[in-house]
Design a binder for this molecule. Structure first.
Ligand code: PAF
Length: 282
C-alpha cells in the first residue's frame, strides 16, 4: 500500500491503472477509521482492481465554531487499518495543496443542502460538494463508495454527480452499528461513558417509530413527537431535528406514505450525532 500526498503523482499513478483497463474504487474519508469505513473499503475491494481511499479533514465543510481543530487525526493508525483491508493507495493531501492561495470555486447543490443538517450547518454541504468534486476530478474513479449514515450527504453527492455529469457510479453502503445500535462515527470518540450509554436511544427511537408506522400510524407529527419524548425521557440528548422525509427527494412529508426516511440529529454535550432509518411504509 502506498501513501500519496501529491495530486500530480496520484493522477499519474491512476492514469497508468486506467491504461491497463483496471477499475478504480474510491472511498472518500476524513480518516479516524472505524467499522463503517472498513465496510466501504471491503466493498470497494470486492468490486475493483484498485482501491483508493482519501484521508482529508476538509476545512471548508466545518463551520467557524465546529470541531475542525479537534477532529481526530491518526494517519499512522489509519495506515495500518487500511493495509489490513488491502487498500492500494491512501491519498493524503495537505489543505495547502487542495486549497491553494486565491482559491475561488465552490459547488452549491441548491435546496437539498438547506434542509435537515443544512439548517444548523449552513455552509457544510457546499464544503462537502466542493471537496468531493475535487476528489472525483483528481482520482476519476469508476465507483465511489459512501455510507448511508450520512444520508443527506449521499443524496447531495448523487444529485451533484447527475447534474454536473461526473463520470462515476455511486454505491451507498448500509449503516454499520455497534451491538447496542449506536451508528459508528468518528465523532463517537468525543462521547463520555454516560453519553455513550445514552446514545443508542437514537436508533431505539427510530426502530420504535418504524414499528409504529408499520402497524398503521401515518401522521408524521405524532411520530416526530413520540421520538422527541422518547429521547428526552431516556437521555440527556438535546434534539436538533427529527424529520420524516421522502427518502429520495428529502422533501418533508405530513402523511406517511411510500419509501420514507426518518432522520434525526441530537446533541450530547457538544457532540452532535446523526442517524436515520429508511423503509417502505404501507
Ligand atoms: O463523510 C465524510 O467523511 C466527508 O464528508 C467526505 C465525504 C469525505 C468529504 O470530506
Amino acid at each position: 500500500m502506498r501513501i500519496i500526498r501529491s495530486i500530480n503523482l496520484l493522477r499519474n499513478e491512476l492514469k497508468a491503472v486506467r491504461s491497463k483497463n483496471q477499475t478504480i474504487g474510491f472511498v472518500p474519508t476524513m480518516g479516524a477509521f472505524h467499522e463503517g469505513h472498513f465496510s466501504l473499503m471491503r466493498k470497494a475491494r470486492r468490486d475493483n482492481d484498485i482501491v483508493v481511499v482519501s484521508v482529508f479533514v476538509n476545512p471548508t465543510q466545518f463551520g467557524p465554531h465546529e470541531d475542525f481543530k479537534k477532529y481526530p487525526r491518526q494517519i499512522k493508525i489509519d495506515e495500518l487499518f487500511a493495509k489490513k483491508e488491502k487498500v492500494d493507495i491512501i491519498f493524503y493531501p495537505s489543505a495547502e495543496k487542495m486549497y491553494q492561495p486565491g482559491y475561488l470555486t465552490y459547488v452549491n447543490v441548491t435546496n437539498i443542502s438547506k434542509v435537515l443538517c443544512g439548517r444548523s450547518r449552513p455552509n457544510h454541504f457546499n464544503g462537502v460538494a466542493t471537496v468531493v468534486s475535487k476528489l472525483i476530478n483528481i482520482t476519476e474513479p469508476d465507483v465511489m463508495y459512501l455510507g448511508q449514515k450520512d444520508a443527506q450527504q449521499a443524496a447531495i453527492i448523487k444529485a451533484m454527480v447527475k447534474d454536473l455529469n461526473f463520470n462515476v457510479r455511486i454505491k451507498i453502503c448500509p449503516i454499520v452499528r455497534e451491538k447496542n445500535g449506536l451508528a459508528m462515527s468518528s465523532r463517537n470518540s468525543y462521547l463520555s461513558q454516560k453519553q455513550r450509554d445514552e446514545a443508542p436511544i437514537l436508533y431505539k427511537s427510530l426502530v420504535g417509530a418504524k414499528n409504529k408506522i408499520l402497524s398503521g400510524k401515518t401522521s408524521s407529527k405524532s411520530i416526530i413527537n413520540w421520538i422527541d419524548s422518547n429521547i428526552k425521557d431516556n437521555s440527556s440528548g438535546i434534539v436538533d431535528y427529527i424529520e420524516c422525509v421522502n427518502a429520495d427527494t428529502l422533501d418533508p412529508i405530513t402523511k406517511i406514505k411510500g419509501r420514507i426516511m426518518i432522520a434525526i440529529a441530537v446533541k450530547f454535550g457538544k457532540t452532535r450525532l446523526i442517524d436515520n432509518i429508511v423503509f417502505h411504509s404501507r
